[in-house]
Write a protein that binds this ligand. Structure first.
Ligand code: F6R
Length: 264
């Protein structure tokens, strides 16, 4: 795991975005795993600025959303299909036909999940998975005690997740109770993972994920076993890391050949 601690939320977005920009510049048909929620918005905004300036082209890149609510109309502004369209596909000028979201309205949910897994395999797997983290340590909607071997499936949202996500809806009782999410096994197969977190409300989850035991009680801790996971966080989210000074030292002394070009 590489831990990058930055002074501001804005820099978290830019530094994480630089990883994606470097990948897509080198591999225009790269397959991206796309998280929703607040955390990656700075990434998408930074990438959109590169696209608008003509420095980056996502026209051939492919995308797989991390998750989707079950039972929410596709045109609901908070369906992840709608969020991916407005926050990612349109600003990054991606080809919408190359971006998929799990079908949370499928009649046959089990088949929809299997078919999502098959589509990821058919695309050659995910090159880079963008992740946020829940205050309870979830990644995707793999809530605590999710199986490390899990694949895309239906999950029941934890009560704390429903409360956290109520800010996107008029009230907590409008938040769907279920979702489809890539599993922890699915996420671990991505060739790279970039997880971003900002704010003190994520500090406990980040400490547990990075320095705690690998445990399904903190699903993000499984990333300790990922070969290429980068955790990009602001100072507030880093507040409970015991080895924060070491991570800062490592980042400051990162070999030049390992650095990716920064973006505006
Ligand atoms: C979103 C997702 C979730 C969020 C997490 C943090 O697609 O899978 O794991 O990343 O709930 O949400 P925010 O970023 O809104 O704090």
């Amino acid at each position: 795991m590489e831990i990058v601690i930055l002074p501001s939320s804005d820099e978290v977005g830019r530094v994480a975005a630089a990883q994606i920009a470097a990948l897509v510049a080198a591999e225009p048909e790269a397959v991206l795993g796309l998280a929703t929620g607040s955390s990656p918005l700075g990434i998408y905004a930074a990438l959109a600025r590169e696209v608008a300036a003509g420095r980056l082209d996502f026209g051939r890149a492919r995308g797989f959303a991390l998750d989707e609510y079950v039972g929410i109309p596709a045109d609901h502004p908070q369906s992840y299909a709608a969020v991916i369209r407005s926050e990612v596909v349109e600003p990054l000028r991606m080809n919408a036909a190359l971006v998929q979201v799990p079908d949370g309205r499928a009649r046959d949910i089990a088949e929809a999940c299997l078919s999502y897994e098959r589509a990821i395999v058919a695309a050659g797997g995910i090159d880079l998975q963008i992740l946020g983290i829940g205050a309870n340590g979830h990644i995707g909607f793999n809530e605590p005690t999710s199986s490390f071997a899990s694949r895309t499936r239906i999950k029941t949202l934890a009560e704390s997740t429903v409360i956290d996500n109520a800010r996107f809806f008029d009230s907590a009782d409008q938040v769907p109770t279920h979702c489809l999410t890539q599993g922890l096994g699915t996420i671990m197969e991505a060739r790279r993972v970039v997880l971003v977190a900002q704010g003190e409300q994520k500090a406990d989850a980040i400490a547990a994920a990075v320095e705690g035991p690998v445990s399904s009680m903190c699903p993000a801790s499984l990333l300790q076993h990922h070969e290429h996971a980068i955790i990009v966080i602001d100072e507030a989210a880093a507040a409970k890391l015991r080895l924060a000074d070491y991570y800062r030292y490592v980042y400051a002394n990162k070999p030049v050949w390992q650095r990716v070009p920064s973006i505006g």
